[in-house]
Design a protein around this ligand. Structure first.
Ligand code: ATR
Length: 280
C-alpha cells in the first residue's frame, strides 16, 4: 500500500558512518508501507564527532525510532534515558525507541542470530560452538547462544584479553565458556559442531584465513557474520558443510526493531518478501 506524505507522517531512520550501503531503509520502508503506517525511514550519515548532538536531536525533531549501526553502537549508550535488560551484557545498542520524549535503547542483534539459528535444521544438535572474535557483535551472539541452550562455547580472539573479558561477563549464565588460543583453533575443530566468525576478517577478498580452512569437516555448521561469500563460506560450500551468512541475522534484527517501534511482528509471507529484498 502506498501513501502520501502529510502532516501526520512519522520519521524513523538509521545512524551510521558510513550508511549508504545499508539495506535497512528499503527493508523498513517496505514494512511501513505493507502495514499501512504513515512513516518514512531515512539514512543519516553521522560523523562520530557529532553522535551526541545527533542523539539529542532525536527528541528535538521527534524522530520516533532509529537503528544504530557501526561505529555508533557503543557510543550512543551514554546519551540514552534507559536501556532494555539485554544491554547490561551486550553493551551495544542497535535500536532506539522514542517513547514520549524518553529514549530507550535495545539490542536486537542477538534476536537476529537466535532466530536465524532456531530456524535451521541443525539447531538441536549443536552442543559445542567455536566463536571467533571479541568485537561489537560477539556479545550479542554469545547472549543468543546461551538462550539457545548451547552447552559449551569456545571463544577465541586475536587479542585474547578481549575474549577473556567477555567470558568473565557471561560466566554462570548456563553455558560453559572457555577461552582458547587464537593460533590453536585447528586443535579444537574435531570437538566443535558449529564455527562462528564474528570478526571483520573476510570482508576483503585478500584477507588471510583465520585458521586453516582446509580443516573444516562436512559435519561443521559454519556461520559467517559478513553478508557475502567470504573465503570461509566458499570453503564451507566446497566441503559440503551447512552454512549461513549474516543475511538472516540482519533480517530478524530488523524485524524485531520494527516490532519494538510498532508492536507488529510481520507474518511469514512478509518476512519472506523482505528476505528477497535483502538478498537482491
Ligand atoms: P570492535 O572491536 O571495535 O567492536 P569489530 O569490527 O566489531 O570492532 O570487531 C573486530 C573483530 O575482528 C575483533 O575481534 C578483531 O580482533 P582484535 O580484537 O584482536 O582487534 C577482529 N579482527 C580484525 N582484524 C583481524 C585480523 N586481521 N585477524 C584476526 N582478527 C581480526
Amino acid at each position: 500500500m502506498n501513501f502520501i506524505l502529510n502532516g501526520q507522517t512519522s520519521l524513523y531512520g538509521i545512524f551510521g558512518y558510513p550508511v549508504r550501503h545499508s539495506k535497512s531503509p528499503t527493508f523498513q520502508t517496505y514494512l511501513f508501507q505493507k502495514y499501512g503506517i504513515n512513516a518514512v525511514y531515512v539514512p543519516f550519515e553521522i560523523h562520530p564527532d557529532y553522535i551526541k548532538d545527533a542523539v539529542d536531536s532525536i527528541k528535538i525533531l521527534g524522530i520516533k525510532g532509529l537503528n544504530i549501526t557501526v561505529p555508533h553502537k557503543e557510543a550512543v549508550l551514554d546519551y540514552l534515558d534507559a536501556t532494555s535488560d539485554e544491554i547490561k551484557l551486550i553493551k551495544s545498542v542497535n535500536t532506539i525507541k522514542n517513547e514520549n520524549g524518553k529514549l530507550i535503547g535495545y539490542n536486537t542483534d542477538w534476536f537476529g542470530f537466535y532466530e536465524s539459528i532456531r530456524n535451521n535444521q541443525l539447531y538441536n544438535k549443536i552442543k559445542t560452538v567455536l566463536v571467533i572474535g571479541a568485537g561489537g557483535s560477539t556479545r550479542a551472539i554469545i547472549f543468543a547462544l546461551i538462550k539457545l541452550g548451547v552447552k559449551n562455547i569456545l571463544l577465541t580472539n586475536r587479542t585474547i584479553s578481549k575474549a577473556e573479558n567477555i567470558a568473565k561477563d557471561f560466566k554462570n549464565l548456563g553455558s560453559q565458556i572457555s577461552v582458547i588460543n587464537f593460533n590453536e583453533i585447528e586443535k579444537y575443530l574435531l570437538h566443535t559442531d558449529m564455527i562462528i566468525n564474528t570478526t571483520s576478517v573476510g570482508l576483503h577478498d585478500d584477507d588471510n584465513e583465520l585458521f586453516n580452512y582446509d580443516s573444516l569437516q562436512k559435519a561443521h555448521f559454519v556461520f559467517e557474520i559478513i553478508y557475502k561469500d567470504t573465503k570461509l563460506i566458499k570453503k564451507a560450500k566446497e566441503k559440503g558443510c551447512i552454512y549461513q551468512t549474516g543475511h538472516e541475522m540482519l533480517l530478524y534484527q530488523g524485524i524485531k526493531a520494527f516490532e519494538i517501534w510498532t508492536g507488529i511482528y510481520p507474518d511469514e509471507k512478509t518476512i519472506s518478501e523482505i528476505r528477497e529484498l535483502i538478498i537482491s
